[in-house]
Design a protein around this ligand. Structure first.
Ligand SMILES: [Zn+2]
Length: 366
């Protein structure tokens, strides 16, 4: 059961936040939050399905100031030292993470992190070890499906058939999510070729979104190798997010292992230092199975992160670390409800189990 109640959001969270109840918690452990970047100024969100994970720079600043006032934001290195048993966590410890490695991590998010003097663990894909810019395949697919003419929809390429109804926004979102699952079943080469065919068929001028203008580039473009090095040089820590961001649960095991293991190898060759952390792509219970957890350990990572179930006081299995997924819709009070573990405790009280992988239903996240 997922609790999303207007009463909680509008009444309970603000009242508890204002009264300071959330941060009076004595809960020990580590709250890990997941960001997905910052919306560049001038960008008009297209759809919450893909834009809802990015937040405004101003809200990021407010969240960080709240954390600094009432919690202890630890560095990724401190989190590793804790994982290795070399350091105790301070009370109300919080670790910042950010997935995907969009260009706005460098251009829009880093300045806020630097101003607030905190560091963050950035999870990037194999695309950010290359010298040329690309974009996330599932974001491009969403934008292409939005452009598809209304009515029955069908694309066939590389032996992959995607068909459905491209009518209402809801139908297009459902078609997209089914397509994400289907395209996760093939290797990244076949997926790239499929996307190329779809772009030729649907995009008109054949341009990808990040090629349209500077704002689109900051929203959709992925960091290149030089930009990733710039982020690391600014004191940020880099972790792996697989080579090509598939739903690991959909891939044959040998391809899934290659996605996990080679992403580490490639990043280590760029930085010439160990990459110890992995974030599972999408990170929801449908995308991550127990096999993926075992693969993360086998590939030599010290820690691997989910994208649900986070908050202080939650259990912290090293290869299924829960994280609080921060979205654009959250008020500051709701943000603190997640970080403090209040939301997770409420879920548990309602009979949900935030830590089970592959058996629970979760909201799609990236
Ligand atoms: Zn991701």
């Amino acid at each position: 059961m997922k609790i999303v109640s207007p009463f909680l959001k509008k009444v309970v969270y603000p009242a508890l936040s204002t009264a300071g109840v959330f941060h009076r918690t004595s809960a020990r452990g580590l709250a890990i939050v997941t960001y997905h970047g910052v919306l560049p100024e001038g960008y008009e969100p297209v759809d919450s399905a893909i834009d809802g994970n990015l937040i405004a720079a101003e809200m990021l600043g407010r969240q960080l100031r709240l954390l600094k006032a009432h919690y202890n934001v630890i560095s990724p290195e401190d989190a590793l030292a804790w994982r290795e048993g070399q350091r105790e966590l301070p009370p109300r410890a919080v670790l910042l993470t950010c997935d995907d490695g969009l260009l706005n991590c460098l251009t829009d998010m880093l300045p806020v992190l630097q101003r607030e003097k905190v560091s963050c663990l950035f999870f990037v894909t194999g695309a950010s070890t290359e010298e040329w810019r690309t974009m996330l395949w599932y974001e491009e697919l969403f934008l292409l499906l939005l452009r598809a003419p209304a009515g029955p929809f069908e694309i066939s390429s590389e032996g992959i058939l995607i068909q459905g109804d491209a009518g209402s926004r809801e139908q297009r979102r459902a078609l997209w999510w089914n397509s994400v699952k289907r395209l996760s079943q093939v290797d990244s080469g076949a997926r790239t070729s499929f996307l190329h065919s779809a772009r030729m068929q649907l995009a008109g001028d054949g341009k990808r979104e990040f090629e349209r203008n500077l704002v689109s580039c900051r929203r959709f473009g992925l960091l290149t190798r030089n930009e990733l090095q710039e982020l690391a040089s600014a004191g940020m820590t880099i972790g792996a997010h697989t080579l090509s961001h598939p739903m690991l649960s959909q891939l044959p095991p040998e391809l899934a292992y290659g996605e996990i293991s080679e992403s580490r190898t490639r990043l280590e060759s760029v930085f010439a230092k160990p990459v110890w952390a992995l974030a599972y792509p999408f990170g929801d219970p449908q995308s991550v199975n127990s096999q993926a957890l075992a693969m993360a350990e086998q590939a030599g990572f010290q820690a691997a992160f989910l994208n649900f179930g986070g908050g202080l006081g939650t259990a912290l299995p090293p290869y299924a670390l829960p994280r609080a997924h921060i979205t654009a819709r959250m008020s500051l009070a709701e943000f603190e409800a997640h970080v403090s573990g209040f939301y997770a405790r409420l879920q548990r009280a309602a009979g949900g189990d935030a830590h089970r992988v592959a058996t629970t239903q979760g909201q799609a996240s990236q």
